[in-house]
Write a protein that binds this ligand. Structure first.
Ligand code: ADP
Length: 271
């Protein structure tokens, strides 16, 4: 009774709460992070990192101090999307995050590797430990919104991140294929098991608007998102089109130039 699912502010004296609390990794001492939002997808390649970069860019444009923690350790794409090539530097207080052109703070394993093509062939516990260190050892400073680009799927790294970081809410990214409803349901079940609220779902690559004829095409088949969202009680935050400009900007490291009304609307719902 009275549980807010936020053990840092909840007054209820439940066993699960104190157990959860004790499993949380301590944030770096010189940092204050107000909201932590995990961006998840049931499977790879649906545009989770693209959506993370878009959400962070839009939030930053709104004037909030924004950060991205790249927890996709074996497939890190955030630095490339923001055109960050520098290596991370250290200080007495910990590892310093890199900054994007417009001032978003970023930490990713790629900033620690000698070459960004070096593969990360680490076992699960080492990967989870690295994500924890990104929380405890990076001098994030003052952050209003931190977006965590989660590893795809519902595997052990995702589980550890959910257990050890104080995630305030989850955004699920999906694509319109039929298989997706089952995958979304897995992500929803995992969030429920971990007692983490789901903020909503973003359908990426929803439609393609032909620049020649102006007609919209459902490349991946008709979306069944409404049906799935209704059944699972999820809020739809946005439906994003397939847009070659998104892919081009991401490839060029200019993700901050993504401007998309659907994402601005999603950010308004997240705030
Ligand atoms: P994930 O993080 O889910 O593995 P990414 O965000 O890395 O997926 O996206 C995979 C590829 O698809 C990238 O090359 C990206 O630029 C492209 N992409 C993602 N979303 C869109 C979109 N809406 N329109 C066009 N290209 C996209």
């Amino acid at each position: 009774m009275g549980c807010t699912h936020d053990c840092s502010s909840c007054a209820s004296d439940c066993k699960t709460g104190s157990e959860n609390q004790s499993m949380k990794t301590q944030l770096n001492k010189k940092s204050k992070v107000r909201k932590v939002i995990a961006v998840v997808s049931g499977k790879g390649g649906v545009g989770k990192s693209t959506v993370t970069a878009m959400l962070a860019s839009a939030m930053n444009r709104e004037g909030f101090s924004t950060a991205v923690l790249d927890a996709d350790i074996t497939g890190p794409s955030i630095p490339k999307m923001f055109g960050i090539r520098d290596r991370a530097l250290g200080s007495e207080d910990g590892i310093l995050p890199a900054y994007t052109e417009m001032g978003i703070k970023v930490m990713s394993v790629n900033l620690l590797l000698e070459n960004d093509t070096d593969p990360v062939v680490w076992r699960g516990p080492v990967i989870s430990g690295t994500v924890n260190q990104f929380w405890s050892d990076v001098v994030w400073g003052d952050v209003d919104y931190m977006f965590v680009d989660m590893p795809p799927g519902t595997g052990d790294v995702a589980l550890t991140v959910f257990q050890s970081l104080p995630i305030d809410g989850i955004v699920i990214v999906t694509s319109p294929q039929q298989l997706v409803s089952m995958i979304v349901e897995k992500a929803v079940n995992m969030a429920e098991m971990m007692n983490i609220p789901i903020i909503g779902v973003i359908e990426n690559m929803s439609k393609f608007r032909c620049p020649e004829c102006g007609r919209e095409h459902s490349i991946f088949g008709e979306s069944r998102l409404e049906e799935t969202a209704n059944r699972l009680g999820l809020q739809i935050l946005a439906k994003l089109p397939i847009d070659s400009e998104f892919a081009k900007l991401a490839d060029e490291g200019k993700s901050e130039l993504f401007v998309c009304p659907e994402i601005d609307e999603a950010v308004n719902k997240i705030k």
